[in-house]
Design a protein around this ligand. Structure first.
Ligand SMILES: [Cu+2]
Length: 483
């Protein structure tokens, strides 16, 4: 696995001094060992059998530096076939980790080698096989852009967790389950009666009020919401420095739960979304839908204290999070439930985001439209009226600039993820923007419309799907195809 061409090798051997550097090179080229395995996690005092993706020293996922390659040997010890997708990375399609597209699932006990250039930023990895993601088969994939030693980095991976097995949850959603007697069954949230609404707080162009955001937020009432595997009544407490700077790298790895990140008394500033730098937006409240990431910069006050960083479940009172605390600070116990329901996610932050590095100016070569829909009453989710397998793939050509408009006819919002590319948000409804570069964008319920642009520069068959795991499992996926 030494990545030297024969010519480089000959050149190296010609120089005696080069031998001294060769072992170091070889060492750097050794793959990171990553294993998918089962583990027992205690959730609210009860043991749960879940998965982990970790290195021999227990590190969950991968941490790397900008400029490095993703050189990983992935071993499956999950006890069942599995395959991991490197969300946010743009590898060749054969290494993208989607069963039936790049490769087949890795059988239990076998390994697979990966080697591709890393894309900087806060990314993550998760199973793209079956419903394994619901059982925490997910981990961070952090590629540090600039190693600033005076900034402390804190990674927060969010999850939703149920003691009920994922296929039972899906069956119940589809109306065919009902569960077995004796199982504790988290309620599948009613489809009607939790409809929330809010007025757009911002005015659109020309003084028109933005359309009211409507929709239904949650399909499943989970047993717990986790931040780095912990609930808020027993949270991770991260030691921080008085007067120090902290970079939060927050990943929403939950399967069907969107959150609002609440930094409380600390003002925060956006650094990047989905691993792509954005211009600073100040605030203390940031929406984060499934699959998305946000990096925030915080200054810890000079006199110190304890600072909860909360993730508020969308349109509900449940919450999770971590506590940043300086030495000796008193950390109060926090409840996993807040007093008032949090808001439905909308595009108010998206509208304010601007990419630091935009796509080069270019007229689109091709415009595509995808309508997101639901077959009412059946828990079937569609793209252009079809479910995955019966879908009409989106055909593009290599080298084209694509503009893809997604229009949501359903009453739930959908965080739409395109594999193999990052896109720029170029319109929200009819309003053109020079928005963020992303790989996952929220398309709000009830005629929400978002247009993204990307360059077809990575040939393959690339999934475009909703990052609500159950929506995807119930049909909401298609592909963008080109050679
Ligand atoms: Cu969806």
């Amino acid at each position: 696995m030494i990545d030297l061409s024969r010519r480089q090798l000959l050149a190296a051997t010609a120089m005696a001094s080069a031998w001294a550097t060769l072992p170091k090179y070889a060492q750097a080229a050794a793959p990171v060992q990553l294993t998918i395995e089962k583990r027992t996690l205690e959730v609210k005092g009860k043991p749960a059998s879940v998965f982990a993706i970790r290195q021999p020293d227990g590190t969950q996922g991968v941490r790397a530096k900008s400029g490095e390659r993703f050189r990983v040997r992935l071993t499956n010890q999950a006890g069942e076939p599995s395959l991991i997708h490197w969300h946010g990375q743009t590898p060749p399609v054969a290494q993208d980790g989607v069963p039936g597209i790049g490769q087949d699932p890795i059988p239990n006990g076998q390994s697979w080698d990966y080697d591709f250039p890393l894309r900087p930023g806060t990314h993550w990895m998760h199973s793209h096989h079956g419903l394994q993601e619901q059982l925490l088969m997910a981990a961070p994939l952090i590629v540090r852009e600039d190693a600033k030693d005076d900034v402390q980095e804190v990674v927060i991976l969010l999850h939703d967790f149920a003691f009920t097995l994922p296929d039972e949850l899906l069956k119940t959603l589809q109306g065919g389950g009902g569960g077995h007697a004796g199982h504790s069954m988290p309620a599948v949230a009613p489809r009607h009666g939790t409809t929330g609404h809010e007025h757009g707080a911002h005015m659109g162009h020309g003084g028109q009020a933005a359309p009211m955001t409507m929709g239904h937020a949650n399909d499943v009432d989970y047993d717990a919401y986790l931040a780095n595997d912990r609930t808020l009544d027993d949270p991770e407490i991260v030691k921080v420095e008085k007067g120090g700077r902290v970079r939060l790298r927050i990943i929403n790895g939950a399967t069907t739960t969107a959150f609002t990140i609440d930094t409380g008394g600390l003002a925060a500033m956006t650094l990047s979304v989905d691993g792509n730098p954005v211009r600073p937006v100040q605030g203390s409240s940031f929406p984060l839908s499934m699959g998305q990431r946000i990096d925030l910069l915080l200054d810890i006050p000079k006199d110190g204290g304890a600072f909860p960083i909360l993730a508020l479940r969308e349109a509900a009172i449940e919450r999770t999070g971590v506590i940043l605390a300086t030495n000796g600070a008193k950390v109060s116990k926090l409840s996993g439930e807040g007093k008032a329901a949090s808001r439905l996610l909308d595009l108010s932050l998206e509208r304010r985001l601007t990419a630091v590095r935009s796509l080069p100016e270019k007229a689109p070569d091709r415009k595509l439209m995808v309508e997101l829909g639901e077959i009412m009453g059946r828990y079937v989710w569609t793209m252009n009226g079809k479910t995955y397998g019966q879908d009409d793939p989106l055909k593009v050509k290599k080298g084209e600039r694509i503009e893809l408009t997604m229009l949501n006819h359903s009453m739930m919002a959908h965080p739409m993820h395109l594999h193999g590319h990052h896109f720029q948000v170029v319109a929200l409804g009819s309003q053109r923007v020079k928005g963020a570069m992303r790989d996952t964008v929220l398309v709000p319920a009830a005629m929400g419309e978002v247009t993204v642009a990307f360059d077809a520069d990575n040939p393959g068959r690339w999934p475009l799907h909703c990052h609500n795991l159950f929506h995807m499992a119930a049909g909401m996926m298609t592909t963008v195809d080109y050679i």
